[in-house]
Ligand binder design. Structure first.
Ligand SMILES: Nc1ncnc2c1ncn2[C@@H]1O[C@H](COP(=O)(O)OP(=O)(O)OP(=O)(O)O)[C@@H](O)[C@H]1O
Ligand SMILES: [Mg+2]
Length: 374
C-alpha cells in the first residue's frame, strides 16, 4: 500500500498537517473577543492563512473569510466579499432574508441557481455597473455584515492589497468607518508587506491610523523541530535534530519551504536524514528553479542585481561601508535605492532587525549564493 506523504506545502494546511499555535491563538482570540481589531503581520509563506482558518474553526463567533490577494479593483473586492458570503453553508440558506436586512441592497443582487448544485445563490445584478454603484454596494454590504450573526469576525487576508488600489484611500476609509460602526463585528487582517502595513497604521494621515492591534506573526519555537521529526517517524524515517535545525535556519524558518524539502526527502525514499542529505535535497529543488531565478535576475537593473547578491551573501549589516566596494555598488544611497526597488518588486522585504533584509523566496537567496557566493 502506498503511504501518504506526511508533509504538505503550498496551500493552507489543517488537521494533522497543521501544528497548532495555541499561544498566538489565545492572544488573537482574546483581542477579537473584546472587539479589538487585529492585524497579523508576517512574511510570505509563514502560515498566516492556515492559522486564521484554524482559529476561526475554534471560535464561537460567526466568521467570514475574505481573500483579497488577487483584487485589482473595487468590483473585484465586492466579488470576493460575495464569494465569502456564498461559501458559508449555514448562511446560504438565509441569503434572501439577509438581503432584506438592508432594503437598498436587494435590487443590486440576484438570486440565481448555482450552475453546479442548482440551489439559488447570490450574484451581482447587471444594474451595478458604474464605479459609483459598486462603491455604494460595498458600503451597504459591509454595513449588512452585522446581520450575519450575533457576534461576527470578519477576516481580510492579504490586507495590503486594499492599500494598493488606487482610489485615494477610499476603500481603506470605508472599512475604517464600518470598523467603528458595526458594534458586533471584530475585524482580523493579515498582511505580508511590512512596510506598507506599518505605514497604514502608524501614519496619522491615513484612515487606519491606530485602528488595529498589530501582532507580528512569530516563528515557531523548538516544538516545530520535534513535530517534523515526529512526522518523519510516521513513515519510519529517522531524522537528526541538527538536520532540521539547519534547514530551518537556512530557510528563514519558513514553514512552507521546510515542509516542501521534507516532502521531497520522503518522496526520494531517504531513510536516515542527516544535514548533508537535507542539503542535497534542498539543492536539487533550487536547481530545478534555476531557470525561473535566472530569468528574474536578468529582468533587473545591474545595480539591483548587485544589491541582491550582497543581500544573499551578507545576512546582516547589509549597509556596511566596506561591502559597497566588494559588490561594486557606487554609493550608499545607490544601495538604498536598489533595495527599495527590490522591496517594491516584492523580492525583498524588511527584516526583523536593522540592516537585515528578508528574501520573499528563501530558495532564491540560496540560488544566488550558489551562483555568486565565494
Ligand atoms: N502551523 C503550521 N504547521 C505546519 N505547517 C505549516 C503551518 N503553517 C503553515 N505551514 C506550512 O506553510 C505552508 C503555507 O501556509 P499558508 O498558506 O497558511 O501560509 P501564508 O503565510 O498564508 O502564505 P502566503 O504568503 O502564500 O499567503 C503550508 O502549506 C504548510 O506547508
Ligand atoms: Mg496566505
Amino acid at each position: 500500500m502506498l503511504i501518504d506523504n506526511p508533509f504538505k506545502f503550498g496551500d493552507p494546511v489543517e488537521g494533522e498537517y497543521y501544528l497548532p499555535r495555541p499561544e498566538l491563538a489565545r492572544t488573537v482570540g482574546q483581542f477579537l473577543d473584546n472587539r479589538i481589531h487585529v492585524i497579523l503581520i508576517g512574511p510570505r509563506r509563514f502560515g498566516k492563512t492556515s492559522f486564521i482558518l484554524n482559529l476561526l474553526k475554534e471560535k464561537t463567533q460567526s466568521s467570514l473569510f475574505i481573500d483579497v490577494f488577487n483584487i485589482t479593483s473595487h468590483r473585484d473586492f465586492l466579488q470576493q466579499v460575495l464569494r465569502a458570503i456564498r461559501g458559508k453553508k449555514p448562511w446560504s440558506a438565509h441569503l434572501k432574508e439577509w438581503l432584506s436586512t438592508i432594503p437598498r441592497l436587494r435590487p443590486r443582487f440576484e438570486m440565481q441557481p448555482d450552475p453546479v448544485s442548482g440551489t439559488p445563490t447570490l450574484s451581482l445584478s447587471a444594474e451595478v455597473s458604474s464605479d459609483k454603484d459598486v462603491k455604494e454596494t460595498i458600503q451597504d454590504v459591509l454595513a449588512a455584515l452585522e446581520h450575519l450573526g450575533k457576534q461576527v469576525i470578519v477576516t481580510i487576508d492579504e490586507f495590503q492589497k486594499i492599500a494598493e488600489i488606487e482610489d485615494k484611500g477610499w476603500l481603506e476609509a470605508t472599512l475604517r468607518t464600518q470598523m467603528q460602526q458595526l458594534k458586533n463585528v471584530a475585524f482580523l487582517y493579515t498582511g505580508s508587506r511590512k512596510g506598507i502595513i506599518y505605514d497604514m497604521i502608524n501614519n496619522s494621515n491615513r484612515p487606519f491610523y491606530r485602528s488595529c492591534q498589530p501582532i507580528e506573526f512569530p516563528a515557531f519555537g523548538t516544538e516545530f523541530t520535534d513535530w517534523i521529526i515526529q512526522r518523519f517517524s510516521i513513515v519510519n524515517i529517522t531524522c537528526e535534530r541538527a538536520a532540521v535545525d539547519h534547514l530551518r535556519r537556512i530557510l528563514q524558518d519558513t514553514p512552507n519551504y521546510i515542509q516542501m524539502v521534507c516532502f521531497h526527502v520522503v518522496a526520494q525514499g531517504i531513510q536516515n536524514v542527516t544535514q548533508k542529505k537535507m542539503d542535497d535535497v534542498l539543492n536539487t529543488i533550487v536547481r530545478q528553479n534555476a531557470y525561473a531565478y535566472q530569468t528574474l535576475l536578468n529582468s533587473l537593473a545591474v545595480g539591483q542585481q548587485r544589491a541582491l547578491r550582497l543581500a544573499a551573501n551578507e545576512l546582516t549589516q547589509i549597509f556596511a561601508k566596506d561591502l559597497l566596494a566588494k559588490y561594486e555598488i557606487k554609493t550608499g544611497p545607490a544601495l538604498h535605492a536598489a533595495i527599495k526597488s527590490l522591496k517594491d518588486k516584492q523580492i525583498l522585504d524588511e527584516g526583523t532587525a536593522k540592516g537585515k533584509v528578508f528574501f520573499d523566496d528563501p530558495l532564491f537567496a540560496i540560488w544566488l549564493r550558489t551562483e555568486f557566493g565565494e
